[in-house]
Design a protein around this ligand. Structure first.
Ligand SMILES: O=C(O)CCC(=O)C(=O)O
Length: 254
């Protein structure tokens, strides 16, 4: 199972780990996210922060929820940690795993185009994570489907890429004409995911949101993980003991 996923990652740049998160943990986070979304987005009042409202409008939950223990618990799912550990063991001994803070918790409502993310690769937005040692990718993105399925609630679109011609050199500056050329030449697929699945992908993979018209919002969580061979100049957390490191400190400081 794991070796098949590694092979898919190597060949296509993405794979789906089925049923990887605890359903009770998902339910709790979905419940509190829905409640805050409805209260804070649809009600007005001085007691709601403008910054939180702007986050919701862009499809993203406020930082207080992204850093909540409910959210972090899902990011620390034991079966995902096991997968990530064996992934990095292919490239280095003595693996130690870290989570880039804060994870993104996203809510996309029916027909809400403003909350959709257009095609991009995560490498471009995470240049503070660079590979210092070894051959592994600088980080892996894990995208957790928390509510809804791709068929009815909007999914994630990925574009075929050629691993030997990683597009980050071409698309690193997000120059729109190179991006359009790239997208027009490549096939894309909508990833089939169900609640509890985790889509894992390499940082060069071009991906973006799929809109939907179903009545309930699609809720997802996306997080970036890295190992000792990568340096980080932002906040990050060690998976093994939950230790939190500030920018420019800790074992992975540049
Ligand atoms: O939620 C989505 O549809 C895509 C999110 C994404 O690609 C990102 O945040 O980098």
């Amino acid at each position: 199972m794991t070796s098949l996923a590694f092979e898919e990652l190597r060949m296509k740049g993405w794979t789906v780990l089925r049923n990887c998160s605890d359903s009770g943990d998902i339910e709790e986070l979905v419940k509190v996210t829905r409640k805050r979304y409805h209260n804070e987005l649809h009600q007005t009042g001085d007691h709601f922060s403008k910054i939180d409202l702007e986050s919701w409008t862009a499809g993203e939950a406020p930082l207080s929820l992204r850093l909540s223990s409910r959210c972090l618990k899902l990011c620390l799912s034991p079966s995902l940690q096991e997968f990530l550990k064996s992934y990095y063991q292919q490239f280095e001994s003595n693996v130690e795993l870290f989570l880039h803070l804060a994870p993104a918790l996203r809510v996309v409502s029916s027909g809400d185009r403003g909350a959709l993310v257009s095609p991009h690769n995560d490498y471009f937005y995470n240049r503070h994570l660079s590979r210092a040692v070894g051959n592994a990718v600088p980080f892996l993105t894990c995208w957790f489907g928390l509510a809804g399925s791709s068929r009815t609630h909007g999914g994630l679109r990925v574009w075929d890429s050629d691993r030997n011609r990683r597009p980050w050199g071409v698309l690193g500056d997000n120059e729109s004409s190179s991006m359009l050329n790239f997208l027009s030449e490549r096939k894309s697929h909508v990833v089939e995911w169900e609640t509890g699945d985790v889509v894992v992908f390499e940082p060069w993979l071009i991906h973006g949101s799929v809109g939907h018209d179903s009545p309930s919002p699609r809720i997802s969580l996306d997080a970036r993980y890295f190992s000792r061979g990568t340096t980080s100049s932002r906040h990050y957390l060690r998976l093994a003991d939950g230790a939190h490191f500030e920018p420019l400190t800790g074992p992975n400081a540049p």
